[in-house]
Design a protein around this ligand. Structure first.
Ligand code: FES
Ligand code: FE2
Length: 448
């Protein structure tokens, strides 16, 4: 008799069920899930062991042998282009004792040699040589069985490579679903993007979910980043980022587009230069183009931890043609410590002058030295510290804004759209997917 797989237990050791302490439909989220080691262990297995995760972009490994070392979920991988041009993602761990075989953030290699005992692997993952092979007896070393361990599935969309350790995960295209339509607007608008330089990587004493929660949060800007308002670098209107749409395409993916105040034409064309905007006609459908034309900035999350920020320059209110595209990712280290990743992407056809401007704008606004991230990190760390105690963890956090918000009837894109970009509709959808993933299903994350 074969055993029937059973859904994972949703009860924590003290008897609380996850469904009782996380209630996205009501906008109530337990503080406990941000700091509890038991919840964190379940997340590693049920979210980071099962989902699709961003690893890197095509433009980071253009030539045969190019590689970058990154996490897939939280496990270390090497994303490498082999001599035939085929891209692979392997567990960055030797088959002998598990030593990391790719030791630098990026490199170019025909083969990878393990520093411990010298096993070496071709850039397509095959084991080439083992140390002291003459000392192995018959059948003790079967090289064909000892190649590098690939991710269970690897896929790409618009040059973004994603991997999963779950052989039963739906194919990437299916999992991205309607989110692809919106990714076309951000990543395909002018025919292709490339990453500028290496990512910035740093660590923050925060629960990873606070950083994720913040990426779909528009109404913190006027308060948290008020120094920018005082300096004249953001509009002096608490509602300035409310004019737009929040969208829930499903599977936990979420995004928004913001228009800026009525009558302000700077918040148009995704903030791109006019020569780049002219390409929208070629690469976007009329519906996609109308969204790109009408909005200035956008933020999106591909479930669970990969984000984009398409932003107009906040460094100079007169220079709105210096929009930049920031890619972000959080990988948890412990329940309360998180590694942050931040890349700058630019349209392939952008001029050298434009690239220089967007690079400077990005560096002064996002990343560990950026004025926005400096403000945000203080919030994430403080939320983490103030939610860890035995009193705090008995209470819920409040995610009710827009619980009764009507959906937009004239939005040209797929998914559920709301005609306002202040609200917690998207956060509730993200937590709905969290709950679905933690209780054993794929879900569609549209439950909020
Ligand atoms: S751990 Fe890699 S050769 Fe021994
Ligand atoms: Fe912020």
């Amino acid at each position: 008799m074969t055993a029937t797989p059973t859904a994972p237990s949703t009860r924590l050791r003290n008897g609380d069920a996850l469904e009782e302490i996380v209630r996205p439909q009501e906008g109530l989220i337990s503080r406990r899930i941000f700091t509890d080691p038991e919840v964190f262990e379940l997340e590693l297995e049920r979210i980071f062991g099962k989902g699709w995760f961003f690893i890197g972009h095509d433009s980071e490994i253009p030539e045969p042998g190019d590689l970058v070392t990154r996490p897939c979920g939280i496990d270390p991988v090497v994303l490498i282009r082999d001599d035939e041009g085929v891209v692979h993602a392997f567990l960055n761990s030797c088959r002998h004792r598990g030593m990391r075989i790719a030791r630098t953030d990026r490199d170019n290699a025909t083969f990878l040699k393990c520093p411990y005992h010298g096993w070496s692997y071709k850039n397509n993952g095959e084991l080439l040589n083992a140390a002291c092979e003459n000392h192995y007896g018959e059948g003790e070393l079967v090289k064909e069985e000892l190649g590098l361990i690939p991710v269970a599935q690897l896929g790409s969309y618009h040059g973004l490579w994603f991997g999963t350790w779950n052989e039963h995960a739906p194919p990437l295209d299916e999992w991205l679903g309607d989110m692809r339509w919106y990714m076309d607007i951000i990543f395909g608008r002018t025919g292709g993007l490339e990453i500028m330089g290496p990512p910035q990587i740093w660590e923050v004493d925060t629960a990873w979910k606070f950083a994720t929660d913040n990426f779909t949060d528009n109404f913190h800007v006027f308060s948290s980043h008020h120094s920018l308002v005082e300096l004249g670098m953001l509009p002096n209107n608490p509602d300035f980022a409310a004019y737009g749409h929040m969208i829930v395409p499903g599977n936990g993916h979420i995004l928004h587009f913001v228009q800026g105040e009525p009558g302000n034409d700077d918040y148009r064309g995704l903030g791109l230069s006019h020569d780049l905007r002219a390409k929208f006609d070629e690469f976007l459908t009329p519906e996609q183009k109308s969204i790109a034309d009408d909005h200035g900035y956008s933020a999106g999350t591909i479930w669970p931890n990969f984000h984009w920020l398409q932003l107009i320059s906040a460094g100079d209110m007169e220079a709105h043609e210096e929009a930049f595209l920031n890619l972000r990712m959080e990988t948890p280290i412990t329940p309360t410590r998180t590694r942050m990743w931040s890349w700058l992407a630019v349209d392939k056809d952008a001029t050298p002058e434009y690239r220089k401007k967007v690079y400077e704008t990005y560096v002064r606004t996002f990343g560990p030295s950026g004025i926005f991230d400096q403000d945000d990190m203080e919030n994430w760390e403080d939320c983490t510290r103030a939610n860890i105690g035995p009193a705090a963890r008995r209470y819920t956090l409040h995610h009710k804004m827009g619980l009764k918000r009507a959906t937009a009837t004239d939005w040209p894109g797929p998914g559920v759209a709301y005609p306002d970009s202040y609200g917690e509709m998207t956060q509730r959808s993200w937590y709905a997917q969290w709950l679905t993933s933690m209780t054993g299903g794929n879900g569609n994350g549209r439950g909020a």
